[in-house]
Design a protein around this ligand. Structure first.
Ligand SMILES: Nc1ncnc2c1ncn2[C@@H]1O[C@H](COP(=O)(O)OP(=O)(O)O)[C@@H](O)[C@H]1O
Ligand SMILES: [Mg+2]
Length: 402
């Protein structure tokens, strides 16, 4: 059997993650995984090419060394406030007699749905099918072969800044790789952390990373909306550093080791010793104070999410509640606080309930990277991309039937 490799890069603003998966008969198996502190990336955008490339190269090297395989093309996540999204609809007339709908009709409907007013310097990243409507009857997933006269396709369109995308490509290239395809980060996470039943019932995934909160919502199996807010874990860390007058890296350490969200009236006892800056004496900080600072910021993050989404009229159809992914989902008590503010059931999303085999990387911060692998597989890996050193794509025919 030929070796079939999928490579994925999650360009987080806290951590860059790199995964290599082998596609065997049972699906993808992650065989290489690497991470690097994300440098030169701020809230989804490359702000320092050289540093970003170095971080990418580091994560890649780790992943390649782990499995002893080389890759050249990657699926890469995208995120950031440069991204916009909109739902749109394309309509075509099939014929007067109501003949069968063909692949060509679907293509024409999609072409028509793709026509949107792009803001200057924006390009299309995704045109994701939501549903097909035949003569007014919606909810159709696969229209081919059905009869109808008026044929409509609803899509979710995601666009991003050409400049930002170009700079990501450049930094990836400087790391010796090529971007095969960009995938919206929240969409990638949905491929590993959401269950099909939840998408049917109505669910919103909030991926709370370092720089951004990446949100995607589904109902009746269709994407309802996607949103990105530039307020997440790093925002909490910054406040901790500011109030305690300590360096950012110390604040990050304290947050991860001792951080928690206050979820009851119980007083948490004890203090922790915090190193003073620039030779100053160490200071003792009550644990409760750390909890209070973190809790305020977490409240602000979820209140903002709720306010913004309500304002846009998105706050409905979430019978299955909220799924929290991203590194900040590790914060003790965050699910309870989210539940209180969003007034919906909340669960932490772990990647790999289905799909790829992942073992030790089953953590909420790896939802996007694992999801990318699942996405690549489910998409049948577009024929224009080659993966790893492996150029013969005829196997795609066998697996995916095209
Ligand atoms: N145990 C933890 N407690 C609190 N925050 C955490 C914990 N682990 C990770 N984080 C936070 O998660 C964020 C990184 O998550 P990640 O999903 O990797 O972000 P990104 O994809 O933006 O790089 C950081 O802000 C980090 O402080
Ligand atoms: Mg992330």
């Amino acid at each position: 059997m030929n070796e079939k490799l999928i490579a994925a890069l999650d360009l987080g603003s806290g951590t860059i993650k790199f995964a290599i998966a082998e596609l065997d008969d049972n699906g993808p198996v992650i065989v290489g995984f690497g991470t690097a502190l994300s440098r030169g990336v701020d809230r989804g955008a490359v702000v320092d090419l050289e540093k970003a490339s170095e971080s990418i190269a580091k994560a890649r090297e780790q992943a390649e060394n782990m499995c002893g395989k080389k890759v050249s093309t990657v699926f890469s996540t995208v995120s950031g406030i440069h991204i916009n999204s909109v739902n749109n609809k394309g309509t075509i007339v099939v014929s007067r007699e109501g003949r069968e709908i063909t692949r060509e009709d679907v293509r024409r409907a999609e072409e028509s749905a793709k026509v949107i007013m792009l803001q200057p310097n924006q390009e299309i990243i995704h045109v994701l099918p939501r549903q097909f409507i035949i003569d007014g009857q919606g909810g159709i997933r696969n229209p081919i072969g059905m009869a109808g006269i008026k044929f409509e396709e609803e899509v979710h369109i995601v666009t991003g800044s050409s400049t930002v995308l170009r700079n990501i490509k450049r930094s990836v290239k400087n790391a010796g790789l090529e971007v095969g395809e960009f995938v919206l980060q929240s969409f990638a996470s949905s491929y590993s952390a959401l269950r099909e039943e939840e998408k049917e019932l109505g669910v919103t995934l909030i991926d709370l990373g370092a720089g951004t909160a990446d949100i995607i919502s589904f109902a009746e199996g269709n994407i309802q909306f996607t949103e990105i807010f530039p307020m997440a874990g790093a925002y909490i860390t910054r406040d901790l550093a500011y109030v305690l007058k300590i360096p950012l890296n110390k604040a990050e350490e304290i947050k991860k080791e001792h951080g928690f969200v206050i979820t009851s009236d119980d007083e948490i006892e004890g203090e922790i010793e915090v190193e003073g800056i620039a030779g100053n004496k160490n200071v003792m900080v009550p644990k409760m104070q750390i909890g209070e600072i973190i809790t305020s910021r977490v409240e602000e993050i979820f209140e903002n999410i709720r306010f913004q989404l309500t304002k846009k009229g998105y706050w409905s159809n979430m019978n299955a509640g909220i799924v929290l992914t991203g590194g900040s989902a590790n914060l003790q008590g965050i699910d309870k606080k989210a539940q209180e503010i969003l007034e919906l059931p909340v669960r932490i999303g772990y990647p790999g309930d289905e799909g790829v085999s992942i073992g030790a990387i089953k953590k909420p911060e790896n939802a996007a990277i694992v999801g990318l692998i699942n996405y690549a597989k489910s998409k049948g890996i577009s024929r224009k991309h080659s993966f790893g050193e492996w150029k013969d794509l005829s196997w795609l025919k066998d697996i995916f039937g095209f």
